[in-house]
Design a protein around this ligand. Structure first.
Ligand code: UDX
Length: 447
C-alpha cells in the first residue's frame, strides 16, 4: 500500500519506518528541511532503540522516502496519516493548529479518494474538524473527491516504540464506514495475523480511548505516589505495599511504581487536555485535576528532602544528579522531574553535576550556559566534589553502583533516590543514609 505520513517526530517516524519494514511504501513529510536532509542520510533526530536500522535499510530499499514537498506527499499516499504535534495551549487544551494545517494541505492537493488518519493524540471531535477543513478546501477548488477521516491513535511507549508498533496490544480504528475499514484491515494485516488485535469502533470512542488509556495509567501513578507519601509519614514501606496490592490481579503489578513524578510528552499533556475537554462540556473532571495536582507536587518531593537534610541551606552546595531524561531508554527531557529539581536547586543557590547516559545533549539544548550546571561524562565524574547524590531516572547502569566509591566521593554520606532503586540497610553498610520515596521513616522523624 502507498502511505503518506505527515510529521517525522516520534510517532510519525516510528509509524513510517515500521510500516515500510513490513513492505508498505511510505513517504514521510516534514516542513523541517534540515531534518528531512538528515533522515535521507539515515541520521535519526531522536534516540529510540531499534529505529535507526529500520529507517536506514528501508530508505536504502526505496520503501521509505522523505520529502518537504506537500503536493508530492498528498499525491503519494492512498492513506494519509496525520502525526504532527499537538502541544498544550496555555489553558491545557490541545493546540490543533498543526493538525488542521495538514488537513488544509490535504484538501488543497487531493484529487482522488483518500483515507485521512488521525494518529496524533487529538481531543474528541477533532476528526470532524479535520473533515470540515478538508471539505472547505475541496469546495474552494471546485473538486468533489470523496474521502474518509479515521481515528487511529498510537499507544507507543518511548524507549520501546518500535517493539510496541511491531507487536501491539491492540490497534484502535475509529470509523463508521466500510471502505476505510477494509483498507485499514489490509494495512495492519501483518501485525494482526496470529490473533485479532484490531478493534473497530466509532470515531469519538476511538479518540476518547487514547485519553482514557493515558489518564488511567497516570492515575495509577499519582495514586501510588499519594500512598507513598502517606507511607513515609506512617512509617510503612511502599515497596511492600506495592507488592502486596500488585499481587491482586484486578490491580496488577504494572504501572504502580512510585517515584518523583511522571513526565514525558503524553501523560502531563493528555491529563490536562482531558480535564480541559471535560470543562468545555461543562463537566468538572475532579479526578483528572487531582491526578495532575498530585503529580505536580510529587516533582518537588526530592528537592524538599534534600533541602530538609541540609536544614534549608543549599547555598553553595553541589548536588550530583544521576538521570535526567523523564524515564530510561530515551533522551526525552519533556516534563522530566529532573528539570523541576535542578531549577529549584539553582534557585536555592546550589549547583548540579549531572550525568545521563543519553539525555546530555538535550539538557545542554534546554539549559545552554546555565550557571550551576555541569554535565559530566560519567556517573563517577558527577560525584567528584559533590555534597550528596540524587537519582531521578532508573537507568540500568545506576542499579548496582559501587557504593564504597559513592561514600568516599560525596562530602555528606547521603543518597536521595527518586526511583527506589536500593535498599536502606544495604546502603547503611557503606555508611550512607538513604532517602527514597515512601520508604523508611518519614524524613521529618529521622533527623
Ligand atoms: C505513555 C504511554 O505508556 C503510551 O502508551 C502512550 O502512547 C504515550 O504515553 P511514555 O510517555 O513513552 O508512554 O512513557 P511511560 O513508559 O508510559 O512512562 C511515563 C512516565 O510515567 C515516566 O515518567 C515514568 O517514569 C512514569 N512511571 C511509569 C512511574 O512513575 N511509575 C510507573 O509505575 C510507570
Amino acid at each position: 500500500m502507498r502511505i503518506t505520513i505527515f510529521g517525522t517526530g516520534y510517532v510519525g517516524l516510528v509509524t513510517g519506518a515500521c510500516l515500510a519494514e513490513v513492505g508498505h511504501h511510505v513517504m514521510c513529510m516534514d516542513v523541517d528541511q534540515n531534518k528531512i536532509d538528515r533522515l535521507r542520510q539515515g541520521i535519526i533526530p531522536i534516540y529510540e532503540p531499534g529505529l535507526e536500522p529500520i529507517v536506514s535499510h528501508n530508505t536504502e530499499s526505496g520503501r521509505l522516502q522523505f520529502t518537504t514537498d506537500v503536493a508530492e506527499a498528498v499525491t503519494f499516499g492512498d492513506l494519509q496519516f496525520i502525526a504532527v504535534g499537538t502541544p498544550s495551549d496555555e489553558d491545557g487544551s490541545a493546540d490543533l493548529k498543526y493538525v488542521l494545517a495538514v488537513a488544509g494541505s490535504i484538501g488543497e492537493h487531493m484529487d482522488e479518494y483518500k483515507v485521512v488518519i488521525d494518529k496524533s493524540t487529538v481531543p474528541v471531535g477533532t476528526a470532524d474538524k479535520v473533515r470540515n477543513t478538508i471539505s472547505e478546501k475541496l469546495k474552494a477548488r471546485g473538486v468533489s473527491t470523496e474521502f474518509d477521516v479515521v481515528s487511529n491513535p498510537e499507544f507507543l511507549k518511548e524507549g520501546a516504540a518500535v517493539a510496541d508498533f511491531m507487536k501491539p496490544d491492540r490497534i484502535i480504528v475509529g470509523t463508521e464506514t466500510e471502505r476505510p475499514r477494509e483498507l485499514l484491515r489490509e494495512l495492519y494485516y501483518p501485525f494482526n495475523r496470529n490473533h485479532e488485535r484490531v478493534l473497530f469502533m466509532d470515531v469519538r470512542s476511538a479518540e476518547l480511548t487514547k485519553y482514557a488509556a493515558n489518564a488511567m495509567l497516570a492515575t495509577k501513578i499519582s495514586f501510588m505516589n499519594e500512598i507513598a507519601n502517606l507511607a513515609e509519614r506512617l512509617g510503612a514501606d511502599i515497596e511492600n505495599v506495592r507488592r502486596g496490592i500488585g499481587s491482586d490481579p484486578r490491580i496488577g503489578y504494572h504501572f504502580i511504581y512510585p517515584g518523583c513524578g511522571y513526565g514525558g510528552s503524553c501523560f502531563p499533556k493528555d491529563v490536562k487536555a482531558l480535564a480541559r475537554t471535560a470543562h468545555e462540556y461543562d463537566y468538572d473532571a475532579r479526578l483528572m485535576n487531582a491526578v495532575e495536582a498530585v503529580n505536580n507536587s510529587q516533582k518537588y518531593v526530592l528537592f524538599d528532602k534534600v533541602s530538609h537534610y541540609f536544614k534549608g541551606d543549599l547555598n553553595g552546595k553541589t548536588v550530583a544528579l544521576w538521570g535526567l531524561s523523564f524515564k530510561p531508554k530515551t533522551d526525552d527531557m519533556r516534563e522530566a522531574p529532573s528539570r523541576v529539581l535542578m531549577e529549584k536547586l539553582w534557585a536555592a543557590g546550589a549547583s548540579v553535576q549531572a550525568f545521563d547516559p543519553e539525555a546530555m545533549e538535550e539538557t545542554q539544548k534546554i539549559y545552554p550556559d546555565q550557571p550551576g550546571l555541569q554535565l559530566c561524562g560519567t556517573k563517577e565524574q558527577a560525584l567528584k566534589g559533590a555534597d550528596c547524590l540524587v537519582i531521578c531516572t532508573e537507568w540500568k547502569e545506576f542499579r548496582s553502583p559501587d557504593f564504597e566509591q559513592i561514600a568516599a566521593a560525596i562530602r555528606f554520606p547521603v543518597v536521595f533516590d527518586g526511583r527506589n532503586l536500593y535498599d536502606e540497610q544495604m546502603l547503611g553498610r557503606y555508611g550512607l543514609s538513604y532517602y527514597a520515596i515512601g520508604r523508611g521513616l518519614n524524613q521529618f522523624d529521622r533527623t
